[in-house]
Design a binder for this molecule. Structure first.
Ligand SMILES: C[S@@+](CC[C@H](N)C(=O)[O-])C[C@H]1O[C@@H](n2cnc3c(N)ncnc32)[C@H](O)[C@@H]1O
Length: 326
């Protein structure tokens, strides 16, 4: 959703690179920029005071493999105009590649059922929040950021999936401001329920205030605390879920999967959906990767080697893996 809003048609290819928020990558991940500086190096150029003074009203920066690819190709397609030695063939091929990449997200969005007004408002509120300031004030546990929100295409993917599975009970691990939770609640039947685990009490309250404005918000119960503890309590209470969405700390993914498979938590025909399993391309790219990139690479290898499950990794947004028992 977000990178596509930055660069919504080929006429914007040249200007896209100027609109990118310089702050580091979502979930403290790191991406190589075309000038070979890391996000962390770029970020250090922007002082803490600059970031505090700037409310988070800007469009999110790209945090998905094809969003980043579109940004980088846009920049190259722009830069090639300043290279007299570049042939016309090369120039045209580069611009065509940029157009191919830049058009993908907006096209997917345009072909996807629109989101509800409540989800649009939740997104707007999340973008308007000054997360850096909240963290500096000690109101949030960690530095949260608007790019953590999953968004329209992924939310609609979940909304199509749940009724097809006849899911009634959903567990979400990682709520943030509640986009995916509310999208799923919208798709649940009237007697459906969703338990959402969230470590951060500020984010949990923020999400709760959005849920109260939705006719589906009452289906959601928020549990504040480390997800692994909440999951163990739910397992002890013999709770069971038809669908589980994992979207929290990446270094916890393997433990979450094991608890789900080794307890009652995942219903016999239940489905697990895991977010960010492409982690901006880091698991397959050569070179430096972040702790999140390494955690996801390890998780993907663990799942691939686990005979208890079957899985498929889909290139939706930052990668979504669907997992079921074999
Ligand atoms: C990527 S965001 C979730 C985005 C959300 N699912 C959405 O679609 O908008 C990850 C969230 O997980 C939370 N989180 C991180 N570690 C956690 C933990 N150990 N237990 C529960 N929540 C955690 C973070 O505070 C953050 O709000």
């Amino acid at each position: 959703m977000y990178s596509s809003q930055l660069v919504s048609d080929s006429s914007q290819v040249d200007s896209a690179r100027q609109k990118i928020d310089p702050k580091g990558d979502s979930e403290n991940t790191q991406t190589r920029l075309p000038n070979n500086q890391s996000r962390e190096q770029q970020q250090s150029k922007h002082s803490q005071s600059e970031r505090l003074a700037t409310p988070t009203l800007s469009k999110p920066r790209p945090v998905t493999p094809h969003g980043i690819l579109a940004q980088q190709l846009s920049q190259l397609a722009h830069d090639v105009d300043g290279l007299p030695s570049a042939s016309d063939t090369f120039r045209q091929a580069l611009k065509a590649a940029a157009e191919l990449a830049v058009g993908l997200d907006p096209y997917i969005e345009g072909c996807t059922t629109p989101e509800s007004p409540e989800l649009t408002e939740l997104t707007r509120k999340t973008q308007a929040e000054n997360w850096t300031q909240r963290f500096a004030n000690g109101e949030t546990n960690g530095e949260l950021e608007q790019e953590m929100l999953s968004g329209h295409t992924e939310g609609q993917f979940l909304k199509v999936l749940l009724p097809s599975l006849r899911a009634k009970k959903v567990l979400e691990i990682g709520l943030f401001t509640g986009y995916s939770a509310l999208a799923m609640a919208e798709a649940l039947p009237a007697d459906g329920t969703l338990v959402a685990c969230e470590l951060d009490s500020y984010a949990a309250q923020f999400a709760q205030s959005c849920f109260e404005k939705s006719p589906h918000g009452h289906k959601i119960r928020v549990e504040v605390g480390p997800a692994i503890d909440t999951m163990k309590q739910l397992a002890q209470a013999k709770e069971s879920f038809d669908f589980v969405f994992i979207d929290a700390n990446k270094d916890g993914y393997v433990d979450y999967l094991n608890v789900l498979l080794e307890s009652s938590l995942l219903a016999p025909n239940g489905l697990i959906c895991v977010d960010n399993t492409l982690m901006q391309g880091q698991p397959y790219m050569l070179g430096e990767s972040t702790a999140n990139g390494r955690a996801i690479a390890h998780f993907n290898q663990t799942v691939a080697a686990d005979n208890r499950v079957q899985q498929v990794l889909l290139p939706i947004r930052d990668g979504v893996t669907l997992i079921r028992r074999s």
